[in-house]
Design a protein around this ligand. Structure first.
Ligand code: RUB
Length: 310
């Protein structure tokens, strides 16, 4: 489904999930919106494009990748001199963003695999295409590796991860989330994905990521975040904090399982401080969390300081 409402609903319901996929789905939906737009005026198109963007952005609050994908796709439309020009621009932008995003994942796999040595035992969390790309690339290169993957309650995205790695022929073991600290003793390196990276180099990713980082820090295990640079959040340059999505309690318990007075809290992401992250692996190369600020400012250009972008 590439309609705007259909895509937003697929993102809300987690049919489309993972920060990279969400961003590409949002961009592709806007591209399709431009391709099939039936209205007759440029003004109408721009107003409807803005509404479509807002519908998509409201579908999941944490992943800045969606915001960056929408921004990259709609960029320049307001300067177009005709409806046809604006539609063609949005359509081209969408295709370019999706292609860039897919190339970034491949590049991260190539760069990240260099950090993996023959004989390494790796831990990963949830289901990140960027982190899995690194692991599968190392395996493809013939490195003898073992992987532990967390279940990632409540959605259990770890099941997707273990099946994907098993299909690729990787030696893979599923663990429950509370086994992380015990298993860290047998782990050499942790590779996780990213929903958002702040200008201070903090990592926002699936809840539990910060526990992996803490356990890795304690056990002197290297901790790597795999993040395309469109997961860097420009808003955090100005002190905005990242909204951590809370999802429905029905994801955590079955009806009638606990007394009615019991409260349930279901935050689905958490924040890992930069000090627990050894490096962020991006399509531009590996960087320290402290380098994120400079890379963001360079990518956004001069406009950032008068906030033209926001
Ligand atoms: C998925 C998750 C992933 C990141 C990165 O959470 O936290 O680690 O989104 O994924 P959810 P990718 O299942 O709630 O979307 O590397 O594929 O972009």
């Amino acid at each position: 489904m590439t309609s705007i409402e259909g895509t937003a609903e697929s993102i809300r319901s987690m049919e489309i999930r993972g920060a990279g996929r969400i961003a590409r789905a949002g961009a592709a939906a806007l591209g399709n919106f431009a391709d099939t737009y039936a209205g007759g005026s440029l003004e109408g198109f721009l107003a409807d494009l803005e509404k479509a963007s807002q519908t998509l952005l409201a579908s999941r609050p944490t992943a800045v990748s969606l915001w960056n994908g929408v921004r990259a796709t709609t960029r320049g439309a307001g300067d177009a001199s005709s409806l046809d020009e604006a539609r063609a621009l949005v359509s081209d932008n969408a295709r370019a963003f999706c292609a860039r995003s897919e190339r970034a994942v491949e590049e991260i796999a190539r760069i990240g695999a260099r950090r993996i040595q023959d004989g390494d035992t790796i831990m990963t969390h949830c289901n990140s295409s960027a982190a899995l790309g690194v692991i599968k690339e190392a395996h493809r290169q013939g490195k003898d590796i073992k992987v532990y993957a967390t279940e990632s309650r409540p959605w259990r995205q770890g099941i997707l991860t273990v099946n994907d790695l098993a299909d690729a022929g990787v030696d893979i073991t599923l663990i429950i989330d509370s086994a992380v600290r015990a298993v860290m003793k047998r782990t050499d390196k942790v590779f996780v994905g990213a929903d958002t990276v702040t200008s201070q180099g903090a990592l926002i990713n699936k809840v539990g990521t910060s526990q992996l980082a803490l356990a890795a820090h304690e056990a002197r295990v290297q901790f790597y975040a795999c993040a395309e640079t469109y997961k860097f959040s420009p808003m955090t340059l100005f002190g905005d904090t990242v909204t951590i999505e809370e999802r429905d309690v029905s994801e955590v318990i079955r009806p009638g399982e606990v007394r009615g007075s019991v409260k349930i809290f279901n935050p689905v992401f958490d924040s890992t401080p930069a000090s627990y992250i050894d490096a962020i692996i991006t399509e531009l190369g590996m960087m320290s969390p402290g380098s994120v600020y400079g890379v963001m400012v360079k990518q956004l250009g001069d406009g950032i300081f008068n906030q033209e972008l926001f």
